[in-house]
Design a protein around this ligand. Structure first.
Ligand SMILES: Nc1ncnc2c1ncn2[C@@H]1O[C@H](COP(=O)(O)OP(=O)(O)OP(=O)(O)O)[C@@H](O)[C@H]1O
Ligand SMILES: [Mg+2]
Length: 218
């Protein structure tokens, strides 16, 4: 399955989710082929850092500026995870056209909801990505959610996402704002490797299981 993790706005957590998801899948016995189409190369840097440190499983990540749909579709026996950035719209379009699903992490703010709305417009009416393929599932979830329940933005963002035309599923499995994500990343590690019993690890496992329900227990 080809999962493209995308959003127009920077810093929404695309690379963090792509990285944690890739390692999670490998640890559950799935072969992963990663594509880093972002000139910032965060995902490939993380993959290299893991190798430097000797932290297995190592990740297979293709760091490329251009990719063809056929190439992405050629990994029948692997889960394909694609990290894209708005800085490379041509590659983003190609990857999203090949995708089985597009996963959009959205931080809890009105500006992020607007950016997501614009993104949906770009992949729909503007670029025709969705129309050309027609079978991609468009999924969104709130990343960096407030840990304080009294703060309304997380709930409001989730409700706003549910109203946006173009999103098929708003996953209820939020990742909260946890410094563990940032800290583990700087060590080339996932949250569940560094702090297996942390809330961040638990939340991530719940999200990953919702995305790949047939992986756990195999
Ligand atoms: N749930 C979270 N809690 C706390 N920090 C997070 C969370 N998700 C991501 N971050 C941190 O936010 C920063 C931005 O995340 P990341 O680089 O994954 O975003 P991105 O969407 O890939 O950004 P860019 O568009 O620049 O590629 C990183 O420092 C990351 O560790
Ligand atoms: Mg990134």
């Amino acid at each position: 399955m080809i999962t493209v993790i995308a959003n127009l706005k920077g810093g929404s957590g695309k690379s963090t989710v792509a990285f944690n998801l890739s390692v999670w899948l490998e640890k559950h016995g799935r072969r992963v082929v990663g594509y880093d189409l972002d000139p910032q190369c965060t995902l490939s840097d993380l993959g290299m850092l893991r190798k430097d440190i000797g932290n297995k499983p190592y990740l297979t990540i293709h760091s490329v500026r251009a990719v063809l749909q056929e190439q992405l579709k050629s990994h029948d026996d692997a889960e394909v995870i694609v990290d894209v950035g708005a800085a490379n719209m041509a590659a983003m379009k190609e990857a999203m056209s090949a995708a089985d699903r597009i996963l959009i992490p959205v931080p809890p703010s009105q500006a992020d909801v607007w950016a997501t709305q614009r993104f949906l417009h770009i992949i729909g009416p503007d670029l025709n990505v969705v129309k050309m393929n027609g079978s991609q599932q468009i999924m969104a979830f709130v990343n960096r959610a407030d840990t304080n329940k009294a703060i309304r933005e997380t709930h409001e963002t989730e409700s706003a996402l549910k109203m946006l035309p173009g999103i098929d599923i708003v996953l209820p499995h939020r990742l909260k704002m946890r410094t563990n994500f940032r800290r583990s990343l700087s060590e080339g590690l996932t949250v569940f490797e560094m702090w297996p019993r942390s809330k961040a690890a638990e939340e991530f496992h719940t999200l990953a299981t919702a995305l790949y329900p047939d992986v756990v227990g195999k």
